[in-house]
Design a protein around this ligand. Structure first.
Ligand SMILES: Cc1cc2nc3c(=O)[nH]c(=O)nc-3n(C[C@H](O)[C@H](O)[C@H](O)COP(=O)(O)OP(=O)(O)OC[C@H]3O[C@@H](n4cnc5c(N)ncnc54)[C@H](O)[C@@H]3O)c2cc1C
Length: 474
């Protein structure tokens, strides 16, 4: 029996596709990373089907690429080798459990940010998850496995820090659980004690198995919340003030962005360019508390810090959200109410890319300044983004580029991103959601023993190299 028929036996005839249309659609994403067509696409709906797919792939040495919506902005679901089969997990879309007391949810790969928000608001209104700027139809699990960032990251860190444990099908077809779920159902409260094997799956871009269930931390919804917009000038002064604010412990989240992004959100048509005298950065600050009194006090402290900063830069400006809404109208909500339509300004063209990194606080100013020079040199819109993570331990830093995918612009994007990556690596930043070209460059800078360990682990878990081969340039 041919391979297609064998996959059809596992998932049903209508859930395997190898038509030219499907192969084309799954061959690229919005980034500049080169496309490659898969052999076919299979769509399982149960853990058992995932197991059978992996067993068949292991027997036949068929490369598999796990996929949910392909919106990772890193080329991470584009096959790197010939003959790959995309395992599209959208049909596995159940929220299996919400534990109100231990505050976690157990979800399948196809559950989206939109699903979670709706479900929690309806059934558990006192709890919340955390939401990215990403489209609401993207996978919550994939985002956590990719160590992404959302609107509680300034407080609580990257999304992989939200993982309590998971269930995965290994490259040999065995099912394994890590975290407190090893004690059975309804016990997914955390990942300690014992060796922390969540790390065998987080950050691996689907190279070590297919995760079929993940337990993610939920948080109590605060009773009072407000937002503010802070407009600042110059990279060093902006990041110095941001650090003082975050360190004070009065804000829940902060997104520092080039003013162009603010203008895009206000509806300014592309290409968006800066004007003399405008602030360089607009930062959205989220404040939350358990009472209006506590919230007002936090806001007062924030105002004090901004007032103090005016000794160095009198033009710094803090605007409360009521005023922002008056200025921007309904569009102001896209800035704060995730998951929202805000992603649409980034998806203005068919091309979208960034070199995303995690970076030490001492380099934030230099990273923003150096990146701005590079982006200006290549003539793209200035779209810097910096989010302090886990209080002040590090930040996510990137320059976003939205672009039409014509050959000349693609080449310009590639060269610009290479320079941005070299700048970041020079500042000892580490790229995340790492495309292959970027992982290759990283390996020239980083400790070789670390990458040897990754290769050894990959070989141990996946001796036939069937799981998303070629990723991370391993
Ligand atoms: C406009 C825009 C804005 C964005 N903003 C943000 C943001 O603010 N924060 C952020 O973190 N991200 C952001 N993203 C990136 C991305 O959307 C999210 O990280 C997203 O949740 C990934 O989900 P996906 O369904 O697209 O995953 P996919 O792209 O389908 O998969 C991502 C990776 O995970 C692997 N994978 C998927 N499922 C499994 C599984 N079950 N087991 C093992 N491996 C698996 C895949 O092989 C791939 O390597 C943004 C994207 C866009 C387009």
């Amino acid at each position: 029996m041919d391979l297609k028929s064998q996959f059809q036996q596992i998932v049903g005839e209508q859930h395997v596709a190898d038509g030219a249309g499907e192969r084309y659609v799954y061959s690229f994403d919005m980034t500049e990373n080169p496309s490659k067509e898969p052999l076919m696409v299979v769509m399982p709906s149960t853990v058992e089907e995932v197991q059978n797919i992996i067993r068949l792939a292991n027997e036949t040495r068929t490369p598999l690429v796990p996929f949910v919506t392909g919106q990772n902005v890193g080329g991470l679901t584009i096959p790197q080798v010939e003959g790959a089969v995309i395992v599209d997990l959208k049909r596995m879309d159940r929220i299996l459990e919400v534990d109100e007391e231990a505050m976690y949810m157990l979800v399948e790969p196809g559950v989206t940010f939109g699903d979670v928000k709706k479900y929690l608001e309806k059934h558990f209104p006192s709890l919340r998850y955390t939401y990215p700027l990403a489209p609401p139809f993207t996978s919550v699990m994939a985002n956590a496995l990719l160590q992404g960032l959302c609107d509680l990251s300034t407080m609580h860190g990257s999304m992989s820090d939200f993982i309590n444990g998971l269930e995965a099908v290994l490259p040999n077809g065995d099912i394994v659980r890590v975290g407190s779920g090893i004690m059975g159902e309804e016990n997914w409260f955390g990942r300690y004690p014992l060796p922390d094997l969540v790390g065998l799956f987080s950050g691996w871009q689907g190279m070590t198995g297919i995760v079929t269930k993940i337990s993610l931390k939920l948080w109590p919804k605060k009773k009072a919340m407000t937002h503010a917009a802070l407009f600042t000038f110059g990279e060093q002064q902006t990041t110095d003030l941001l650090k003082r604010i975050v360190r004070e412990g009065i804000i829940e989240d902060a997104d520092c962005q080039s003013l162009s992004i603010v203008k895009m959100l206000m509806g300014v048509a592309p290409p968006v360019t800066p004007h003399r005298g405008e602030p360089d950065y607009g930062t959205v600050l989220i404040l939350s508390a358990n009472s209006e009194i506590e919230l007002n006090e936090k806001y007062r402290q924030l105002e004090n810090l901004v007032e103090l900063s005016k000794k160095d830069e009198p033009r710094n400006l803090l605007i409360d959200w009521g005023t922002v809404t008056k200025l921007m109208g309904e569009q102001a909500n896209a800035w704060i109410d995730f998951p929202s339509d805000a992603f649409k300004v980034l998806a203005q063209y068919d091309g979208l890319t960034w070199v995303g990194t995690y970076i030490h606080p001492k380099y934030w100013g230099a990273a923003l300044e150096g990146g701005r020079r590079i982006v200006e040199k290549y003539g793209f819109e200035l779209m810097a983004f910096l989010k302090p993570m886990h209080m002040l331990h590090f930040a996510e830093f990137k320059f976003i580029i939205r672009f039409p995918k014509d050959p000349a612009t693609l080449e310009r994007v590639r060269r610009c991103n290479e320079e941005l990556l070299d700048l970041a690596l020079g500042l000892k930043a580490i790229p995340y959601k790492t495309p292959v070209w970027s992982a290759r460059r990283l390996q020239q800078f980083a400790d070789p023993a670390f990458f040897k360990l990754l290769r050894d682990l990959k070989k141990l878990l996946d001796p036939n190299n069937i799981m998303n081969p070629g990723r991370l340039d391993l």
